[in-house]
Write a protein that binds this ligand. Structure first.
Ligand SMILES: [Fe+2]
Length: 213
């Protein structure tokens, strides 16, 4: 290098285009989870499931608010409160926004998974974990959220990663480790799936679609 040498500069990392999601943990969830598990098992005994993104397992119809009891209503209320926190409506008073919610149950035997998918036609999606099915050390069953920019950063070179605002290479997906009583809320357009359940018992989760009028 000639002349006065290399340029010196300060560079601030701009964290552009946040994708908001919330990971909530219900305080003392045992009673709620037990009530939901009982309602789901009772429903499954009498109703055939649907085939959606689930590979293996039972997927109820999306009318769980009609048969899930008080516990389901409380989980729905929490999910709506969290979605409100993540939402802004130009020129409208948030208090006047009416929210609608569809809810369904997923019962996953060991090895079951959900393929990558999105929830079109609504604003937010949410999952509440009722029973992790003794995944323990074996893990598995985690929700993963895909980076919506993928595979653009890798269009030039496989294995290329952009550095995020935490200073680390950004992964094409984010795996979320949960326990019973956890609730995740994320944009409905964000593609996601569930890794194969590595536990020894059935795993129960409750999914929701939230929308505003
Ligand atoms: Fe989903």
């Amino acid at each position: 290098m000639s002349g006065a040498g290399e340029l010196k500069a300060r560079a601030a990392l701009l964290g552009l285009f946040d994708t908001p999601a919330l990971h909530a943990q219900v305080t003392e969830p045992a009673e709620t989870c037990a009530a939901l598990a009982a309602a789901v098992r009772e429903r499954r005994a009498a109703h055939a499931g649907l085939d959606r993104s689930n590979v293996g397992g039972w997927h109820s119809a999306t009318d769980m608010l009609d048969w899930g009891g008080e516990a389901a209503a409380r989980v729905a209320d929490l999910a709506i409160r969290l979605a409100r926190r993540l939402s802004h409506f130009d020129g409208r008073d948030p208090a006047e926004i009416e929210w609608s919610l569809r809810m369904w149950a997923n019962v996953s035997p060991p090895g079951a998974l959900n393929m990558s998918h999105a929830h079109p036609g609504v604003l937010w999606a949410a999952v509440f974990y009722v029973d992790m099915g003794d995944a323990g050390e074996a893990g598995g069953g985690e929700l993963y959220l895909e980076d919506p920019r993928f595979p653009l950063p890798q269009a030039r070179m496989a294995g290329f990663r952009m550095i995020g605002s935490d200073g680390q290479p950004q992964s094409p997906d984010k795996r979320i480790v949960t326990k019973a009583g956890d609730l995740i809320v994320f944009p409905a357009w964000l593609r996601h799936g569930v890794r194969p359940h590595g536990g020894t018992r059935e795993r129960i989760s409750i999914a929701m679609n939230l929308d505003a009028k």
